[in-house]
Every structure is written in C-alpha cells, then in structure tokens.
Design a protein around this ligand. Structure first.
Ligand code: NAP
Length: 399
C-alpha cells in the first residue's frame, strides 16, 4: 500500500504543539504538513497569523484536511474535537490521556465504525513507545504485568526528597518553577495522571477497558518526614507506581499507589522527571523501557511517530481484546499496605484482612497488612483528606 499524504489540522500550540511543529520541520522526508492550527487566544505567535484559527470548524469542516492532531489541555473540548473529527472520517492523533481514559470505549468504537485511525502514543509516557510495543510486540498471552513510573512531576519530587534530602513542599515548589508540575499539582501528585495512563496501557496490555473511577489512585501529597525516614531506614525509596497485573483465571488487577522500592528493582534508579516501565512476561522475565515522559520535543516525537504510522495506514487492532479477550477486572484482590496515622480513630475507615506489623510512637503510628482494593476504591476520594499515608509494600496480591 502506498504512503498516504497527510494534510494536518493541529489543535493546540502549547508545549506539545510547538514541540511537534519543531520536530516535523526536522523531518522533511515525511510527506505531511500542518496547514492550519486552532488555538484559543489571539496572541503573538512564532508563526504567521494566517496559520492560526480560533473556530474548530474551520479545521473540522475542511474537506482537504484528512488528519487531526489534538494536543490541547482541556479534556472536555478535546472530547468534542476528537469525536467530531472521527465522525467526519478524519484520522486522529491525540495526546490527551484524561479525555482518552474517560472515553475509551466510545472513541475506539467510533474510529472502528468510521473506518479511520485513532492513535495516541504520546498520551502515556511521552517519548517512550510503550503503547505500540504492547500492541505489536507483546501481542500474545505471555504478558504478566506492566509496572511503571508514569508521572514525571511526582517522580521529580520524590527524587529530590530521597536524593537531596529536600522537604516535600520545597521539592514541589522547585518542580513547579521548572514547569514539571501544574500550579494545581493534584493531577500529578495525587496519581490522576498516572491513573489515566494506566487505563490506556491496560487496554493495550490485556484488552480490557476499565473506567478511571473504578480504579484506586492514591498519591504522595500526604507524605511526611516520618514516612520518608521509615523508608530510608529500611533502604527503600518511595516511588509513585502504576501497575496492571494478571492474576489467575483470566483476572487482572490495577492500581496507582506510592510503593516502597528496593535497590534491586529497575524502577529504583528512575530519577527526576524520567519515566520507566517494566514489562513482565512468562518467557522473557522482565524488560525495562526508560525515557523522557514529558516535554515539548520528546512528546512531539511520539506524536510525529503516530503521524508517520498514519502515513503507512497504521491502526491499533486492539489485538488483546480481539484474539484472547475475556480478561476481567478483579477488584476484590487484597494488597499489602503500610498505613501511617496519628489518630487511632482513623482506623475505622480500614478493614485489614491480616496485619503483619504494628508500631506505636509518640506522634505517629503505623500498621502493615492486607486490605482489599474494592474497600479502598469505595473511599478513594476521602483517602486524600485523612491524616494518613499509604504505601504498597510490593508483596504479591492476595486473592
Ligand atoms: N506537556 C507535556 O510534556 C505533555 C506530555 C504528554 C502529554 N501531554 C498532553 O498533551 C496535551 C497538551 O499539553 P501541553 O502541555 O502542550 O499544554 P499547553 O502548553 O497548556 O498548551 C495547550 C494548548 O491548547 C490550546 N487550547 C486549549 N483549549 C483549546 C480549545 N478549546 N481549542 C483550541 N485550542 C485550545 C491552547 O491555546 P492558547 O495557546 O491559545 O492558550 C494551547 O495552545 C495535554 O492533553 C497533555 O496532557 C503533555
């Protein structure tokens, strides 16, 4: 099949949009060009004014534009744009993990119905080609788990805490000043960004679409010196880890939690704003992918890779769902957690299946034991407001 000529309508000209434009300029061999860019504000830009428009329909209704690249920062608007583009029979590349994770079923079905391609490599782990690898290379049922540090901002903060002995608030301020964390950092530090990426990776790992509201995400915003010292004394680092794993009987479990990580693990050495993903399988044991998870040029390069793939008529086939589907999300598995608290009343929120260790100090106490995921999911929004810190010990799930 000959290469398809792409006439691109770009939505968004921020960090990723500009990064993409730069990397496209450096790829003259690619038979694709951006003919129009839709943005929100009328401000001075680095490109001529006539490249820009402010009405999405100027691109969406233009029959000569056959490809939409959506890199805006608003999930609701992105949903409207991507839906309309697919309905109009245009191919779409998106980097919007929140929009995708919340609308995966609908978007995947729409792309199929309209016989167009919807690609989104940049939505999970920026420049690391994890989605296409899961889809194409790990396209068999030997896969056991995908575990990763998927959020650069929280990893930067944790690195500064553990390597430079900075406090959480100082490290967070630094991350914000460097542009790694939003002014409202909850999206990153409370594990939402990692959660949306995990939802996307789960589809390409095991062929299951799970709603983000049904998955436990708990982040690092409640970490204290006590927790940091506990980890340090044991020789651990704390990392914010997202994981999807295969259990017995075609079940899978997934969650985002801070985790105590020992020196022998690949992710122990993933530092600063970097991302790292460990893929575990029956025959090959473990493989590790590492790289930049954010930033204009790294993310732009993932978008460019999707554009190139579109030129070759590439589509995700959702092979796991098609060929060996039938995996079910199992929320009743129990996970071993460290629960640090100060007021014993708080324990009323938690139902431990078993307890292996308890500590009582003058100010802080902790309990280590197994708690079922579904019990935590039921109170996941409340967890952030409790004076506690939760971290997974890394022990195998109990079910
Ligand atoms: N930054 C990263 O490293 C990174 C990595 C992976 C994925 N992503 C994802 O990529 C997307 C873009 O992120 P970003 O960092 O590039 O954001 P950004 O720097 O804040 O830029 C957002 C762009 O979207 C435009 N925009 C917002 N609403 C719009 C609308 N309704 N119609 C048209 N344009 C609109 C803005 O227009 P104005 O210029 O007029 O304000 C701006 O150009 C997000 O989904 C993000 O999660 C980002």
């Amino acid at each position: 099949m000959s290469r398809q000529k792409l006439n691109i309508g770009l939505f968004g000209f921020g960090v990723v949009g500009q990064g993409l434009y730069d990397v496209l300029e450096k790829s003259p061999a690619l038979d694709s060009r951006v003919s129009k860019i839709c943005v929100k504000r009328r401000i001075n830009r680095s490109l001529p004014d006539d490249m820009f428009c402010y009405d999405p329909d100027e691109i969406l209704e233009d029959e000569s534009i056959n490809t939409i690249v959506e890199v805006i920062d608003n999930a609701e608007d992105a949903c409207f744009i991507v839906k309309k583009a697919l309905q109009k029979g245009k191919n779409v590349v998106s980097a919007n993990k929140k929009m995708l994770a919340e609308h995966l079923s609908e978007m995947v079905a729409l792309a199929k119905e309209k016989n167009v391609s919807l690609l989104y490599e940049a939505s999970a782990c920026g420049s690391i080609p994890v989605i296409r690898n899961l889809e194409e290379y790990y396209d068999n049922d030997l896969l056991l788990s995908v575990t990763g540090i998927l959020n650069g901002s929280s990893n930067y903060i944790l690195s500064k805490i553990f390597d430079n002995h900075e406090s959480y608030s100082v490290a967070l301020k630094e991350a914000q000043e460097l542009g790694f964390a939003e002014s409202n950092p909850s999206f990153d530090v409370d594990g939402f960004d990692s959660l949306y990426k995990l939802i996307i990776l789960t589809l390409h790992s095991f062929g299951v679409i799970v709603s983000p509201g049904e998955v436990l995400n708990y982040g690092i915003s409640n970490i204290t010196e006590f927790d940091i010292n506990y980890a340090r004394e044991k020789g651990y680092k704390i990392k914010l880890v997202a994981q999807v794993e295969r259990l017995r009987d075609k079940k899978i479990a997934l969650f985002v939690l801070p985790r105590f990580v020992t020196r022998d693990k690949y992710i122990y050495s993933v530092e600063d704003e970097f991302n790292g993903v460990v893929i575990k399988g029956v025959a090959y044991d473990k493989q590790f992918m590492f790289g930049k998870g954010a930033g204009g040029h790294p993310t732009g390069s993932a978008v460019l890779s999707d554009i190139t793939a579109l030129g070759h008529h590439y589509r995700y086939e959702y092979k796991k769902a098609s060929y060996f589907g039938g995996f079910k999300y199992f929320k009743e598995a129990a996970i071993e957690l460290y629960l640090r608290y100060s007021n014993p009343q708080v324990l009323r929120n938690f139902e431990f299946k078993s307890v292996s260790e308890e500590y009582h100090g003058p100010k802080y106490h902790y309990k280590i034991g197994f708690i079922r995921l579904d019990k935590l999911i039921a109170i996941k929004d409340k967890l952030r407001d409790l004076d506690i810190f939760l971290a997974a010990t890394g022990k195998a799930l109990n079910y």
